[in-house]
Design a protein around this ligand. Structure first.
Ligand SMILES: CC/C=C\C/C=C\C/C=C\C/C=C\C/C=C\C/C=C\CCC(=O)SCCNC(=O)CCNC(=O)[C@H](O)C(C)(C)COP(=O)(O)OP(=O)(O)OC[C@H]1O[C@@H](n2cnc3c(N)ncnc32)[C@H](O)[C@@H]1OP(=O)(O)O
Ligand SMILES: CCCCCCCCCCCCCCCCCC(=O)OC[C@@H](O)COP(=O)(O)O
Length: 360
């Protein structure tokens, strides 16, 4: 491991990264709150400003993936579909197997210029998470309790609210509703058997209600469904902590663009269409596990400098006061305070290094 590789595993680096993320995120949350009066005067302008504010937060995590860990994200898709990406509203259907699959999704959002406006049908618990959850509230993210009787009304209302959204957006749906595990897969296939549906090897049985209601309410707003299938090379199981430790992964994403007007409007037919789609996704995953690649040509958009520049801006802005504080401590603090601070830093760094062994 080289010098930079070692540096990336150091607790102090992680502390600085988390400090910058947390403090800049809270500043953005406060700015979003201050934008509320504009919301009543000019809603569309307020939404556009919110997209840019959200970009300042989400792109830090993208920078961590692309520039800190050096993770590569390869896109397999039809070159005829490529010009549409980022130029239209779309529903994205993604498999949910990895801790960082949302982050790879964000990376493509960034490269196609829709990161600030991207949306998701997320579980309600995430709305209470500081920084990201609070930011999502202002971005009009759609939340669900995963109890259809309670969700029916709120999800429809939230979807109808974004029908006139002024920026192009991708609306992400993890139709499986939860992250894949062997245990969940077994239960899910028992449900499939009871319902007389074909079994899936690499996916959980999709929950169809969310997709059908989204397609129904965003018809006319959204022009296509992006069927996206993600996997990582060499059976890697990437984690957020691995990314923070600078571990490089290689993600492969296969995207098929399906015009929304080819998706049935009637609910039972729409549900059957989604089940059929998951059968096809399963075939792609099987092919990937056999050959190590998805069908179709590779047309990866290059990473852009914006996430890095935004990150460097916040690092400079927020590290200056921290450095001044430390300098003050060293100047005016007693010898005991200085030594205690130094010992705590060294011990923390050492302890972290031992716990994570510089890897995941
Ligand atoms: C060019 C590049 C392209 C793409 C780039 C890729 C991506 C980038 C795009 C955007 C990025 C944007 C943001 C990303 C950022 C962060 C994301 C982070 C977090 C979000 C993660 C989550 O929170 S996932 C959890 C929440 N989401 C969901 O659950 C969505 C899916 N669920 C649904 O749609 C559900 O239908 C529902 C939630 C709306 C309602 O759920 P509920 O369970 O109440 O009702 P259902 O009717 O669906 O379920 C009951 C029926 O299901 C049967 N059942 C029972 N057990 C099971 C089982 N184990 N498996 C399957 N089915 C089961 C049950 O029998 C019922 O059947 P009925 O026949 O009676 O209906
Ligand atoms: C520069 C960056 C600094 C990084 C510092 C670390 C900050 C951490 C921030 C975490 C941001 C998380 C964004 C939300 C992603 C949540 C993904 C998720 O929770 O999916 C839920 C599903 O799986 C279903 O869950 P369950 O069915 O298990 O219920």
């Amino acid at each position: 491991m080289g010098f930079f590789g070692l540096l990336k595993t150091q607790f102090l680096c992680h502390l600085v990264i988390c400090y910058v993320f947390l403090v800049s995120g809270l500043i953005i949350n406060v700015l979003q709150l201050c934008m509320l009066p504009l919301w009543w005067i000019n809603k569309q302008l307020a939404r556009r400003v919110n997209c840019r504010l959200a970009y300042c937060v989400s792109s830090q995590m993208v920078a961590l993936l692309e520039w800190w860990s050096g993770t590569e994200c390869t896109l397999y898709t039809d070159p005829e579909s490529y010009p549409f990406y980022g130029k239209e509203n779309a529903i994205v259907i993604l498999n949910h197997n990895f801790e960082i699959d949302f982050l790879c999704g964000w990376t493509f959002c960034e490269r196609f210029g829709v990161l600030g406006s991207s949306k998701v049908l997320a579980k309600k618990e995430l709305a209470y998470m500081p920084v990201i959850g609070w930011m999502w509230y202002f971005l009009e993210i759609v939340f669900c309790k995963r109890k259809w009787e309670e969700d029916r009304k709120t999800v429809v209302e939230s979807l109808q609210r974004i029908q006139d959204y002024p920026e192009n957006f991708w609306f992400l749906l993890y139709c499986e509703g939860t992250r894949f595990t062997e245990k969940k897969h077994k239960i899910s296939m028992e449900v499939a058997e009871k319902k007389g549906l074909p079994k899936l090897k690499h996916h959980l049985l999709p929950r169809t209600k969310g997709f059908c209601v989204t397609a129904q309410n965003l018809r006319g707003t959204v022009t296509a469904v992006y069927d996206s299938t993600l996997n990582f090379r060499n059976n890697q199981t990437p984690t957020l902590l691995g990314v923070l430790n600078g571990k490089k992964y290689h993600a492969d994403l296969y995207v098929r663009r399906i015009p929304l007007d080819t998706v049935p409007e009637n609910e039972p037919e729409c549900a059957a269409w989604l089940h059929q789609l998951y059968q096809e996704k399963d075939v792609f995953q099987e092919q990937y596990s056999q050959t190590g690649r998805f069908p179709g040509p590779i047309v990866t958009p290059p990473r852009r400098a914006w996430p890095l520049l935004n990150w460097l801006f916040w690092i400079c802005l927020l590290l200056c006061p921290l450095c001044l504080l430390l300098l003050q401590l060293f100047h005016s603090g007693s010898a005991v305070t200085v030594v205690t601070t130094a010992v705590l830093c060294v011990a923390g760094n050492g302890g972290w290094g031992v716990k994570w062994g510089g890897g995941e």
